[in-house]
Design a protein around this ligand. Structure first.
Ligand SMILES: *Cc1c(COP(=O)(O)O)cnc(C)c1O
Length: 409
């Protein structure tokens, strides 16, 4: 391929020179991917333990998903929603049946789907719940990550995410995560709450798993106060945590379900918001939309990506491989003064390291793991996230555990 005739250093320099510096990648330049593996421009092979932040749950280049992408691209790629197309309705029927909701609203990126949920929730609050105009509040959690739009960063508590992007969108109440009483207090005292937006496990915060019963208790409170429970499952959904949805662990059915990332298996930006008619019916023609949302390629790809999850039983594998992984990491924490704790669910896990003596320890461990053929990314300075594609086998996982073990020690 013509692009890969350039060296890794040259390619990194091109990005440095011509791209905005809004990311800080590991110094690895990838050019191919297949299954659980990616290859750099020098032909070195790595296990991918980031999976593009859980967008590649089905593995890189899944033949069935890529086939859907190619075939649909050749037939018809984009019509806009000014016309009907022969893929969208089929997809909508499929995904609503798959997750058990009346309706879906298709978007492209995770942030757009979160924005859609916020708009839906507010509109419902004014038109159905009877909250006075412009008074609706949405409760969110500290350390949240829901995307990068101006409204979404307005309720971030991370100064990097919100700093100097004001003025901010009002109407959000931030409470501590994993704190049912904090939610109860807001709902008891604040009559204008429209919704509660929550990640069932906080992904970007480093796989923060709430206590058992948190989601179901919050869901029950929302029901009691006629407040919409909105689950951002962009990262935790689609088999990543060992169930189809992370909310399934507590048998919670969100009023509004937000999906993205692995909804396309990583080949295309596809996101979605699912809800029942009583909520979704507040949107009338012209009141929300997206040029690319629900395009034929996205629709075809999403059906294939969801079929793969089910037919390859990826939730079951994530559950089993996750237990194996955390068991081994717990042992590593006993043996190594550097490894402090492991947490997570299914294959969304994080290792906490002791960076007391060396601030960049997590970053350094990631560099060393890359040398040994495993790619993971630190989040914050002391957390390493481990999230391989869900198709990983026990043999492969064993090899990866050995690499992690060796590098941490
Ligand atoms: C990644 C992510 C988003 C944003 O998705 P984008 O496609 O990057 O806009 C939103 N919510 C959660 C929980 C995420 O992990």
């Amino acid at each position: 391929m013509e692009f890969t005739t350039r060296s890794a250093a040259e390619l990194i320099e091109l990005e440095n020179q011509h791209g905005a510096h809004n990311y800080h990648p590991l110094p690895v330049v990838l050019s191919e991917g297949k299954g659980v593996h990616v290859w750099d421009v020098d032909g070195k092979r790595y296990y991918d333990f980031l999976s593009a932040y859980s967008a590649v749950n089905q593995g890189h280049g899944h033949p069935r998903i890529v086939d859907a992408l190619i075939r649909q691209s050749l037939r018809l790629s984009l019509t806009s929603r000014a016309f009907y197309n022969d893929r969208l309705g089929v997809y909508e029927a499929f995904i609503t049946e798959y997750f058990g909701y009346d309706k879906v609203l298709p978007m492209n990126t995770g942030a757009e789907a979160v924005e859609t949920a916020i708009k839906l929730c507010r509109k419902w609050a004014y038109e159905r719940k009877g909250i006075a105009e412009n008074q609706a509040k949405i409760v969110v959690c500290e350390q949240n990550f829901h995307g990068r739009t101006t409204t979404i960063v307005s309720f971030s508590v991370d100064p990097d995410a919100y700093g100097h992007y004001g003025p901010y969108t009002p109407g959000f109440v931030v409470i501590p995560y994993n704190d049912v009483d904090a939610l109860r207090e807001v709902l008891e005292n604040e009559p204008d709450v429209a919704g509660f937006l929550v990640e069932p496990i906080q992904g970007e915060a480093g796989a923060r798993v709430p206590g058992e019963g948190y989601l179901s208790a919050c869901h029950a409170l929302c029901k009691h106060y006629n407040v919409l429970f909105m689950a951002d499952e962009v990262q935790t959904g689609l088999a990543r945590t060992g169930r189809l949805l992370a909310c399934d662990h507590e048998e919670v059915r969100p009023d509004i379900l937000i999906l993205g990332k692995a909804l396309s298996g990583g080949v295309y930006p596809v996101s979605a918001v699912l809800a029942d008619n009583e909520y979704m019916e507040v949107f009338k023609p012209g009141q929300h939309g997206s040029t690319f949302g629900g395009n034929p390629v996205a629709a075809a790809v999403a059906v294939a990506a969801l079929e793969v999850l089910r037919e390859e039983r990826l939730a079951e594998n994530a559950q089993q491989m996750g237990e194996y992984f955390r068991g081994e990491m717990e042992q590593l924490c006993q043996e190594s003064p550097v490894a402090v704790a492991v947490r997570g669910k299914g294959l969304l896990n994080a290792l906490i390291v002791n960076n007391h003596d060396k601030k960049d320890l997590a970053w350094d461990i990631c560099l060393r793991m890359a040398d040994h053929g495993l790619l993971a990314k630190p989040t914050h300075t002391n957390i390493i996230r481990f999230a391989p594609p869900l198709i990983i086998t026990r043999e492969e996982m064993k090899e990866c555990i050995a690499i992690i073990r060796q590098c941490v020690r």
